[in-house]
Design a protein around this ligand. Structure first.
Ligand code: ATP
Ligand code: MG
Length: 491
């Protein structure tokens, strides 16, 4: 006999001894010697107690029968017997929702707890109160671990359980005759309601990646975040109306596209490349996107990432419903044309050293865009911005990786009208005609136009900023003209 088998035998023996001692010291004096009678008596008693308990699952008080049942449940053998007998006879069914189910996060769990927490009415005895930043009112949340609910005339009982080992669970008890209602519509209603409450409360955040030497054991240190409170919206963004409509529709279709992406077998992600001169609204558009979608922003600073492995780790730590942004991708690293120079400069030791230092490579980034997306996380938007579209490697910007290329350009009259409305609350003005002509003849960025439209002297009304803009445009026109003349001379 092996050592393990011996140990097992010993264990079984000691268990049997324990049962014998129990029988001898407690059961025998109480019930006499006839064990068959004892067994059936105990089973009968358990049955009555448990049936009572399950017939009244809404009873919140700790009663003697509950104490008895709890005590009996501590003996695994009796518990097993009772559970089996009662599961057979009980008219009630239970559904458990554990926070972690088969090593995966169960998204129904937080939605259910949110729903249960929101069931606040004057009859509730235990509440939790809180006040979030920027809110005037107090929020109240139910703080009971047991709750009775009613849905379409059906009574339901919830229990929130937190075990010592950290496992969290919600348990729903209902009459079997309501099986259809519960599994067909009630649970769907609870989860959806919970999610919509979470959605309303959710704050958009902006995350910045921490330099890797600051990372510690926990992934929490990879990103730092603050509430995102940028006021930009697509309404305040000065750009071509048609293009703006297309972008909004594209974003909204993406947000609603879960089923569609599943159907076509594509990962639920979308890439936008924003390009244009400085001050044309690329960063402002990212803020408008985040506000439209209520997605958080992950502002990825490539220069503080050591290598592709760190890049992967950072990206894996992002959540769904987010916008991952890499600004000025052309300046972030030597990503441009890296593939092209690879072979030519293989022998160049200096370049190799440089690459080792800044080891985030174009292929690492491309791997992430194409590979990692499908493997982890869904509903993510990736945005690259650049001032120099021509400098980027074609592999990086080809369609499929960057699905939509959006050019943001100099301010023309249509964009100006949006700025005039935002800054001066003006729909029309006598000076608009002159401004329209000057905007066509010059290349002024929306940032510069906006700066001129800022009211600096409240006495001058709207004429002051408009005249200021005209002067700035005329000056720019003169400069452009003399630059062109200089170029001609240099030729
Ligand atoms: N299209 C626009 N609509 C409204 N405001 C704009 C627009 N473009 C620029 N602005 C104004 O100019 C400021 C600078 O714009 P923004 O930072 O978005 O430019 P950018 O294109 O990201 O520039 P850079 O290439 O230098 O990063 C913004 O804060 C905003 O007030
Ligand atoms: Mg910018």
């Amino acid at each position: 006999m092996s050592q393990d088998q011996k140990l097992l035998l010993q264990k079984k023996k000691s268990k049997r001894n324990l049962i014998e001692i129990l029988m001898g010291s407690i059961v025998k004096p109480l019930f006499g010697d006839n064990l068959t009678t004892i067994g059936s008596n105990i089973a009968g008693l358990l049955f009555i107690i448990e049936t009572l308990r399950r017939y009244f699952p809404g009873q919140l008080k700790v009663t003697i029968q509950e104490l008895l049942v709890n005590a009996i449940h501590r003996l695994p053998f009796f518990k097993k017997c009772a559970d089996k007998t009662l599961a057979f006879f009980s008219p009630y069914a239970q559904i458990r929702f554990t926070e972690i189910e088969e090593y995966r996060y169960n998204y129904a769990y937080p939605a259910i707890t949110t729903y249960l927490g929101a069931q606040v009415n004057p009859q509730v005895k235990n509440l939790k109160g809180s006040q979030m930043r920027g809110r005037k009112s107090l929020d109240f949340k139910r703080d009971d671990d047991k709750l009775e609910d009613e849905y379409e005339g059906v009574k339901l009982w919830w229990e929130v359980v937190k075990f010592n080992d950290g496992v969290k669970m919600c348990r729903l008890t209902f009459h079997r005759s309501n099986w259809e209602v519960v599994t067909g519509s009630y649970l769907k209603y609870v989860v959806e309601e919970g999610k919509s409450i979470e959605e309303k409360k959710k704050k958009v955040k902006i995350f910045m990646n921490n330099p890797s030497p600051n990372w510690e054991m926990f992934t929490m240190n990879l990103w730092s975040s603050i509430d995102f409170e940028h006021p930009a919206t697509f309404d305040t963004l000065a750009m071509d109306q048609k293009k703006r409509g297309e972008i909004i529709n594209d974003l909204l279709a993406f947000r609603e596209g879960e089923e569609y992406y599943k159907k076509i077998g594509k990962a639920w992600k979308r890439g936008y490349l924003l390009h244009g001169p400085p001050g044309t609204g690329k960063s402002t558009m990212i803020a408008a996107m985040a506000n439209l979608m209520s997605y958080s922003i992950y502002d990825l600073e490539l220069t503080s990432i050591g290598n592709n492995w760190e890049l992967k780790k950072l990206l894996l730590a992002t959540t769904s419903k987010s916008i991952i942004v890499i600004e000025d991708i052309d300046c972030s690293l030597d990503l441009t044309g890296e593939r092209g120079v690879k072979e030519d400069l293989q022998s160049n030791a200096e370049i190799k050293k440089l690459k080792k230092k800044n080891a985030v490579t174009l292929s690492g980034l491309l791997n992430f865009i194409d590979g990692i997306w499908s493997a982890c996380g869904q509903e993510r938007i990736l945005v690259f911005t650049t001032n120099h579209l021509g400098k980027l490697d074609q592999a990086l910007i080809r369609r499929g990786r960057m699905d939509m290329h959006i050019e943001l350009s100099y301010c023309r009259f249509e964009a100006f009208k949006i700025l005039a409305k935002n800054y001066l609350n003006l729909d029309s003005h006598l000076l608009f005609g002159e401004i329209e002509t000057l905007l066509e003849e010059t290349n002024m960025t929306p940032a510069d136009v906006a700066e001129n439209l800022m009211v600096k002297d409240s006495d001058s009304g709207v004429d002051g900023p408009l005249n200021g803009l005209i002067r700035a445009l005329e000056q720019m026109k003169l400069n452009q003209h003399s630059n062109e003349q200089q170029k001609e001379i240099n030729k």
